[in-house]
Design a protein around this ligand. Sequence first.
Ligand SMILES: [Fe+2]
Ligand SMILES: [Fe+2]
Ligand SMILES: [Fe+2]
Ligand SMILES: [Fe+2]
Length: 442
Amino acid sequence: MTFNPLKEKGMPLEKQLRNWHQIVGNPYKKQLVDCYTRTRQILMNGIEVEAWGFKHQFNRFMANLDFEDRANISRLGRIENQQQMTCNWLSPANQSVLETTLGYEQVAVDLTAWLAQNEPDKYVKETFDFGLLEDFDHLYRYAQFAYMTEGVEPNDIVKGQTDVIVGRPTQHHHNCNGLRLRKHYDKTTASPQTKINILTVLSGEQQTHNFYAEHGFMYGDHVLRETYAEIKDVEEEHVTMYESLIDPSETMFEKALLHEFTEVCNYYTCLEDEVDDDIKKYWEIFLEIELGHLQIIAEIFKKYEKRDPEEVIGSEIIIPCRFNSQKAYVQKILEKEVQKRLAPEGKYYNSMDDIPKDWASYPVQKRVAEISAPSENCISIAEIYHDRDIVEASESLKNKETDLLKKGLQKVAVADNTVCPDKLQKMIDNHEKRKQQKELKI
Ligand SMILES: [Fe+2]
Ligand SMILES: [Fe+2]
Ligand SMILES: [Fe+2]
Ligand SMILES: [Fe+2]
């Protein structure tokens, strides 16, 4: 039997307020936690931040609401706020900013890869694939710093489930905002799955941006601080890109419905997949809470729009965040699309060999990297002690790294401090030589 969220009562609003002990739970142990428990926790924090912020926007923008409806929206916002605290504060105090950062980028890679393969709209799928390769490169850049700054190996966090190797180089992620704007779906024909997929990844990207904004300054290493600034700016582009896929003619009531439905679907998936019993109990309670929210918003929707909520969200649950290893899919997209760029309006995507000389992103890239690209420095920093970059991937993918870099680097627009393919290959060869020397000595 399929699960129709609109037919579920959920937890009544008057039972949803929790006490401080319930709000602030026990954090997981960073050494023991399943990496996908961490990604669920990170994602659900982002979903709650969006759900909370939206309620405030709703009440700020909506005139002509009955008082009791406005009060209910406000009550729901408070519950979202409590849920957000619970989700975010499951992070342990001894998990460093860089470790958490690797978790954020693992969310972005494995979530976007899942969504791309479960997205009915081909154009939206292409956009997911495009964003995927950028977050994949962020993971690689941060992994260099995690190792060099804190001695954290990538697999301490990603547990061998996500590859860590160069993607589309971060210095090429900076675009003219106009080019980042995508073609939006048509709300009357787009499937609920497309709408939920977009809102899910958008919430994740927005929270990634916020996390870097609030934590990137917490290191003394200036190159790392600049790298956080650079990647935060890309996350801002990702927010722009994903939100532009949404039909701007959606009403606030439709949006309210989609927000609650997104929460329901994500908690439903978390509950199905969770392996940590302590954390699973939160997903169970929060699914009940969200089903209660959906009931309230569905009634408001019917009252003001005089339509059936099923017209917007359908009658079936959607699975928007099934976390599992996506290495094969990511590698396929990496090898096929690392050279892809944002094309001027009308074409949307292009190979970098086909973009015009007056491409609107060139001046942006030139300006931000006019002294250097911080995201390039991380490789040179790793080289000082490790002879080469920090990489976690199969031998066959590792052997393709220099070729991937060759394919992904846009020669006409590289920063002065770029680690070019020849230099990377030299590092790799040098690393092999040193390894053999060390073995001989031992
Ligand atoms: Fe919520
Ligand atoms: Fe990212
Ligand atoms: Fe991102
Ligand atoms: Fe909610």
